[in-house]
Design a binder for this molecule. Structure first.
Ligand code: PHE
Ligand code: FE
Length: 291
């Protein structure tokens, strides 16, 4: 999986609306494509219950996501909208930053409508419907997380004007995509990039290689991330309430100004001020061969 968005300014492809949405075309999926969803779903629900925050499992259940093919976005949106006011809209792939933020600020989650092929079981360049819907949508049923996602969209629109998307994107990456959460003194998964990946669902929690350190907004916003391999550091939040409070109640404009002069930290750095849960060996990142 790559970055979440592409640069602003490009035009939507010919078959897409001005806001980049397209019909999901649910009736166009083949039996093999539905079977691919089922296969990925079965794989993840075997791994996740002991590893993921129970709030994610609750979302899967109340939204009735299941092993019965790729969900119909209209039906799913109807259920989700009743819970938190969010809906799911289809897009052809990555969309520009400003388009992404505008949808999020209005409680619309943009999801790729295509599904990976058997050759792409474990690695994908652009997020597909399994990553986007299985990975992201369950937590949109959680009221606190749902508020965080909308606030992020609004913050994104503001960051476009401040030329600070680059720092804000790290927040999305290290929380929404690759976040860990502390629950009853255990670490649990909640990031969509982790929970939609068979191998990273195990690596992020159990492997001695990566660092696991406490969430710290400014520190995190200074930290580069990897888009080509497992993360070398995962940031651990105390709760969704705490994440929302720390981000919503903080004006990011002065932080962006402060961060502009650097320094930036590398993905594996550990600082004396970090709250360290795991000091990773980084053995995976240092293994020589390619991913
Ligand atoms: N408070 C942030 C700002 O001033 C907006 C934001 C909220 C960003 C929540 C991310 C998450 O821009
Ligand atoms: Fe994602």
């Amino acid at each position: 999986m790559g970055e979440q968005t592409k640069n602003s300014g490009s035009a939507p492809p010919g078959h897409a609306a001005a806001d980049w949405t397209v019909p999901q075309n649910w009736s166009g999926y083949t039996a093999d494509q539905h079977a691919m969803w089922d296969r990925l779903y079965a794989q993840q629900v075997k791994l996740l219950p002991s590893r993921v925050t129970p709030k994610f499992m609750q979302g899967l259940e109340t939204l009735r996501l299941s092993e019965s093919g790729i969900p119909d976005f209209d039906e799913l949106s109807e259920r989700l909208h009743k819970l938190t006011g969010w809906s799911v809209v289809a897009v052809p792939g990555l969309v520009p930053d400003d388009v992404f933020f505008e949808h999020m600020a209005n409680r619309r989650f943009v999801a790729g409508n295509f599904i990976r092929t058997p050759e792409q079981m474990d690695y994908l360049q652009e997020p597909d419907v399994f990553h986007d819907v299985f990975g992201h949508v369950p937590l949109l049923a959680n009221p606190v997380f749902a508020d965080y996602m909308q606030a992020y969209g609004e913050g994104g629109l503001r960051a476009v004007g401040e030329n600070a998307i680059h720092h804000l994107a790290r927040l999305y990456w290290y929380t929404v995509e690759f976040g860990l959460i502390r629950e009853d003194d255990d670490l649990k998964l909640y990031g969509a990039g982790i929970v939609s990946s068979r191998s990273e669902s195990v690596f992020a929690l159990d492997d001695p290689s990566p660092n696991r350190i406490g969430f710290d907004l400014r520190r995190l916003m200074r930290t580069n991330y990897r888009i080509d391999d497992y993360q070398q550091t995962y940031f651990v939040i105390d709760s969704f309430e705490d994440l929302l409070k720390q981000t919503l109640d903080t004006d990011f404009a002065p932080i962006y100004a402060e961060l502009a002069d650097g320094p930036d930290y590398q993905p594996a750095d550990i600082l004396p001020t970090d709250r360290v849960f795991t000091h990773g060996t980084q053995a995976w990142a240092k293994r020589g061969d390619a991913f």
